[in-house]
Design a protein around this ligand. Structure first.
Ligand SMILES: O=C(O)c1ccccc1NCC(=O)[C@H](O)[C@H](O)COP(=O)(O)O
Length: 222
């Protein structure tokens, strides 16, 4: 199956097309007014269109932070996204209200915020484990992950790792944490909000060279 790669915080259609042509499985668009990556509705539509022109089956992901889940799902649906990625404190009922409009909802959180979490706890399609501050580019302690531990069994093999990844550290982070996929934003930028094509290329190359847990067999999951 291979390592799933998502490039997040895109606003330039050309960067989205490049990421998908280079093998990204998903592209993310952040709509959160305080983010340096905040995209307008027009930006979002242009990024989706460029990504789908490069590969029709790419996952296009709307990333939001702490807005009502159903409102976020309505926005994702209206703009034509495939997936809604919810950062913040949400309940299973919130996720259900979003899924009534858009079935594919991902839960993004951190071990700081939800230390006892498990995959599927909110009926989300996918769990994304991030650092404490989304989009900050800060690395975090990956050492509780990856070994044959209770936490590893709780989160399963398909979760996405995010937070402070870069072309330089992604291979080591995958080897330590053993996620099913990786997500990056700051690590492929020249400055906050400004994506760098060469860093996108190097990140995708470095990540896709790694195996996903589903390609291996030495950890058992619940
Ligand atoms: O990127 C943001 O500014 C952002 C703002 C509010 C909510 C989420 C945000 N980003 C979410 C992401 O998926 C990032 O890619 C992820 O947190 C990793 O970020 P980074 O550490 O910069 O690679």
């Amino acid at each position: 199956m291979g390592m799933y790669v998502k490039i997040c915080g895109l606003r330039e259609p050309a960067h989205a097309a490049l990421a998908v042509e280079l093998g990204a499985d998903a592209i993310g668009v952040v709509m959160s007014p305080r983010s340096p990556r905040h995209a307008s509705a027009d930006d979002a539509r242009a990024v989706i269109s460029a990504a789908r022109s490069a590969r029709p089956d790419v996952d296009t992901v709307l990333v939001v932070n702490s807005i009502p889940a159903a409102e976020a799902a309505r926005l994702a649906l209206d703009l034509g996204f495939d997936v809604l990625q919810l950062h913040g404190s949400y309940t299973a009922d919130d996720v259900a209200s979003a899924q009534a409009l858009l079935p594919r909802v991902w839960r993004a959180t951190s071990l700081t915020e939800a230390p006892q979490l498990y995959a599927g706890e909110l009926n989300e399609e996918r769990l994304l484990l991030d650092g404490a501050i989304p989009g900050s580019g800060d690395t975090w302690d990956l050492s509780p992950l990856g070994s044959d531990s209770e936490l590893t069994r709780r989160i399963g093999p398909d979760w996405l790792l995010a937070g402070g990844l870069s072309p330089e550290n992604v291979a080591a982070a995958i080897s330590t944490a053993r996620p099913g996929g990786v997500d990056v934003s700051s690590g492929v930028e020249r400055s906050p909000g400004q994506k760098h094509p060469e860093l996108i290329r190097r990140f995708i190359e470095a990540a896709r060279a790694q195996l996903a847990p589903t390609d291996e067999s030495d950890i058992s999951y619940e």
